[in-house]
Design a binder for this molecule. Structure first.
Ligand SMILES: *[C@@H]1O[C@H](CO)[C@@H](O)[C@H](O)[C@H]1NC(C)=O
Ligand SMILES: *[C@@H]1O[C@H](CO)[C@@H](O)[C@H](O)[C@H]1NC(C)=O
Ligand SMILES: *[C@@H]1O[C@H](CO)[C@@H](O)[C@H](O)[C@H]1NC(C)=O
Ligand SMILES: *[C@@H]1O[C@H](CO)[C@@H](O)[C@H](O)[C@H]1NC(C)=O
Ligand SMILES: *[C@@H]1O[C@H](CO)[C@@H](O)[C@H](O)[C@H]1NC(C)=O
Length: 413
């Protein structure tokens, strides 16, 4: 044990020195990474991966507001607001609410510099709000529960949809007096469909845009292996799932940076689970997104996705026959009602996405009520995978700009 600590400290010191001697952490091309990065004019230091969202937003020249809201079950969440763009003014704008996916936080929409979705929307004339689900970095408070307790982490995207979304969207409504355009990525769409289902007369959203919508989860590899990892995790973590628990930051940097080949190695798990695609790696933002895109989620969230995969139905959390009877008055969990969706849906999917697969997105699309002009958009790049929607080098061109172009054509914008 002593020797192990000794080696760990040695490795940490070496890592520290390596990181310190290379201040510049990003370069314009992958070849530049192999040069003397501190002397190469194509390389520079980008601090975004270790800054908080308000600092990132201000650093890029945008205004930011921080709003705290408390859900009906006591979780304290933060919602960020970028009320206008770089050259904007304070005239009333249409609010857009962006909701992140699993193991992310609202920062996922601001860490690609000027190619970030939040900045592009702010510059296009929108009032941009960034939601943060319970348990993530900016929403880990509770009015009476300890955030390390098992009771605190006893939630899934059901609670995200039933408690987190109303609390956040009500705040946007109160401040702006308007309904929002909702843009969700991945689990940010799952929670939204639960919100639509549980509050069929919802009046906060008047247009829905789903990026890689995740409702049906049939045939997803990660969910097939989930039962084998979840048990031990639950035991050691009180139900908190943190995808990068083993490596201390310096060790992580030593293993995963600075060379592109190391970055590739560190993405293997992501590639296997979300679709192989090194083509969408962006030399100029990868060191930031790779470090930033990792936040806490609950283990029950994984189980809930798993249950939906097994039953192949969009259903409430399965607590087992006895508890189900108490909670639902039925031995099996009820289904969420997609027929309650009362806004137009615009869904983006990618053929190489292994989490929101083409088949499952099409099934969702077909289940939506047919008295709205819903639309499906295929991303025009065969390599684009799940993570590319928030970290891909062409996401701004293939997805975000298309969203903005579409919004310009609708009068709700
Ligand atoms: C919001 O909550 C955070 C964390 O609890 C706290 O540091 C911050 O001061 C609060 N901000 C406002 C505007 O209430
Ligand atoms: C404020 O911005 C809006 C939208 O970009 C523009 O239409 C309006 O003319 C601007 N107002 C002022 C006072 O600059
Ligand atoms: C989690 O919530 C369910 C349903 O309310 C309850 O049956 C279960 O005992 C809870 N588990 C913990 C660890 O709090
Ligand atoms: C529970 O379900 C049964 C059979 O479906 C129904 O007759 C009964 O009214 C339900 N009870 C409540 C409290 O909803
Ligand atoms: C679609 O049908 C639902 C349920 O019948 C109704 O509430 C809604 O207003 C309809 N929407 C449109 C645009 O017709």
């Amino acid at each position: 044990m002593k020797w192990l600590s000794f080696f760990a400290i040695c490795i940490a010191i070496v890592a520290f020195l390596i990181v310190r001697t290379n201040k510049n952490n990003v370069c314009k091309s992958f070849d530049d990474y192999y040069s003397d990065r501190d002397k190469n004019p194509n390389c520079y230091y980008n601090p975004d991966h270790e800054l908080e969202v308000p600092e990132i937003v201000r650093r890029h020249g945008y205004p930011i507001e921080v709003h705290n809201v408390t859900t009906d079950d006591g979780y304290i969440l933060t919602v960020f607001r970028i009320p206008y763009g770089r050259h904007g003014n304070t005239t009333s704008r249409k609010p857009i609410f962006l909701q992140h996916g699993i193991t992310l936080n609202g920062g996922a929409f601001v860490i690609m510099g000027e190619k970030s979705l939040a900045f592009m929307l702010a510059n296009a004339g929108y009032d941009v709000w960034l939601g943060n689900f319970r348990g993530s970095r900016y929403s880990n408070g509770h009015s009476y529960l300890d955030s390390r307790s098992e009771v605190y982490w006893n939630f899934s995207f059901h609670e995200n949809g039933v408690y987190d979304l109303p609390a956040q969207l009500n705040r946007v409504r109160t401040v702006t007096g308007q309904k929002v355009i909702y843009v969700g990525f991945s689990m940010g769409t799952t929670a939204a469909y639960i919100y639509f289902s549980v509050y069929p007369n919802q009046m906060n959203i008047d247009l829905f845009i789903g990026l890689a919508p995740a409702i049906y989860t049939d045939g997803i590899l990660v969910l097939m292996i989930w039962p084998f990892v979840a048990g031990p995790l639950q035991y050691f973590t009180n139900g908190r799932l943190y995808p990068r628990p083993l490596l201390p930051p310096y060790l992580y940097k030593l293993i995963c940076f600075p060379y592109p080949i190391q970055m590739k190695v560190c993405q293997i798990a992501d590639m296997i689970s979300m679709g192989f695609n090194y083509e969408e790696n962006d030399p100029e933002t990868l060191p930031v997104t790779l470090q930033y895109n990792s936040d806490a989620a609950s283990i029950n969230t994984g189980w809930h996705f798993c249950q939906i995969a097994n039953s192949n139905k969009f259903q409430y959390y399965d607590y087992g026959e006895i508890s189900n009877r108490v909670r639902y008055n039925s031995s099996t969990p009820p289904l969420y009602g997609l027929s309650n969706v009362n806004v137009e849906n615009h869904l983006f999917y990618a053929t190489n996405d292994k989490l929101a697969t083409v088949k499952n997105v099409r099934r969702l699309f077909n289940d939506l009520p047919n008295n709205y002009s819903h639309k499906l958009y295929k991303v025009d790049d065969e390599n684009f995978n799940h993570l590319s929607f928030v970290a891909g080098k062409n996401a701004h061109r293939l997805v975000y700009q298309r969203v903005i172009d579409f919004l310009k054509t609708t009068r709700k914008a």
